[in-house]
Design a protein around this ligand. Structure first.
Ligand code: ZN
Ligand code: ZN
Length: 352
């Protein structure tokens, strides 16, 4: 067996940079030489052991990555050696009630490369051809690795049916909130407001899009401020991308804040993966005949993301705070945990 280097989660909270077998391909699979991978919030949960029932150790994590095809299986039809590709990491079953309705992100047994099976934090990775999206020459490798996370934003916009002229608030300026912002700016040029309690993250959004409004919910009443910025009317759509409820005095719960921020007949789209109950008051939603809905991962938005990236409309660099060698994956996880205000997207650079 030929060997490669990989960042292997050998115990929870312990990633080792060590030798592993280069995967052998067959059938419709290709072997990819990974150029860049990036660390996702869910990777952090896996690292800490919070996805325990789904993960078996040792595990090579990573579902956000891109690279170049170096070998193709005998049944591969549409790709060849040398093609640069981004990888859609989702594996759905195709026959559960959701899949039968083409609602793949809600597949009952949805699996993700890098969580349920080995992923892209390795020099080489095998992937079936149907998970590949070709990347155009205009897109550098480090941006190709960000297609997955940005596609989450495009999927959320599709779910919430964002259209030109919509006024929108995004609660949470982490990786998901920033991805929604980038997708959103391809859909509506009207008022966009970002809410968070970390000034550093609000600044990342504002630096990338100077025409947006930012609100620090720890310093001012975010709902009042949203109303003020929308002529007292409220927004058409509110995205919730916080995912946890911090009991901060005077800070409104994010989902409830979204409900209070929409106009009559508006939509709240929730993406934040919280394990705790969200204290919401249904009357506040029903009074507005508001819609509350959710969005998870992406489906089919890779092509739209690559197209927008190719045309130079997105700002992938805005969300990258660090580029590190994959042998430092352990350190990267620790940085994200200890100083969340300082780091957003960490890229692991595999290419020499
Ligand atoms: Zn991710
Ligand atoms: Zn399914």
């Amino acid at each position: 067996m030929k060997k490669m280097n990989a960042a292997v989660l050998t115990q929870y909270r312990k990633v080792e940079w060590k030798q592993a077998d280069i995967p052998e391909i067959s059938g419709n699979e290709v072997l990819i030489k990974v150029s860049y991978a990036c660390i996702c919030g869910s990777d952090q949960h896996v690292f800490m052991g919070e996805f325990h029932p789904r993960t078996t150790l040792p595990l090579i994590q990573g579902h956000e990555f891109a690279g170049t095809i170096v070998e193709t299986g005998p049944d591969v039809k549409n790709h060849k050696t040398g093609d640069r590709v981004a990888v859609d990491p989702i594996i759905w079953c195709g026959h559960c009630p959701a899949c039968l309705r083409h609602h793949y992100p809600a597949c009952t047994t949805l699996k993700l490369v890098g969580i349920d099976l080995d992923g892209g934090f390795s020099e080489y990775m095998k992937v079936p051809e149907n998970m590949l999206y070709k990347v155009t020459d205009n897109i550098p490798d480090e941006h190709a690795a960000l297609v997955e996370v940005l596609s989450i934003g495009f999927h959320a916009c599709k779910r919430a049916k964002v259209k030109e002229g919509d006024r929108v608030v995004i609660w949470g300026t982490g990786k998901v909130g920033q991805s929604i912002l980038q997708a959103l700016r391809t859909k509506t040029q009207n008022t966009v407001i970002m809410v968070d309690i970390l000034d550093e993250r609000l600044a990342i959004a504002k630096n990338a899009y100077s025409d947006i409004h930012i609100i620090n919910a720890a310093k001012e009443n975010a709902v009042d401020k949203v109303k003020e910025l929308t002529d007292g009317e409220g927004v058409d759509i509110a995205f919730e991308a916080v995912g946890h409820t911090l009991d901060l005095p005077g800070v409104v719960n994010p989902v409830r804040g979204c409900i209070q921020s929409i106009r009559g007949g508006g939509t709240v789209c929730v993406l934040g993966l919280s394990s705790e109950p969200s204290p919401i008051v249904m009357k506040e939603l029903i009074w507005k005949e508001g819609i509350i809905m959710t969005s998870r991962v992406s489906h089919g938005e890779f092509a739209e993301t690559i197209d927008n990236m190719n045309r130079g409309i997105l700002k992938p660099d805005a969300i990258v705070t660090d580029i590190m060698h994959p042998s430092e994956t352990q350190k990267a996880f620790e940085m994200l945990e200890e100083e969340p205000h300082k780091h957003l997207k960490i890229l692991l650079k595999f290419k020499q």
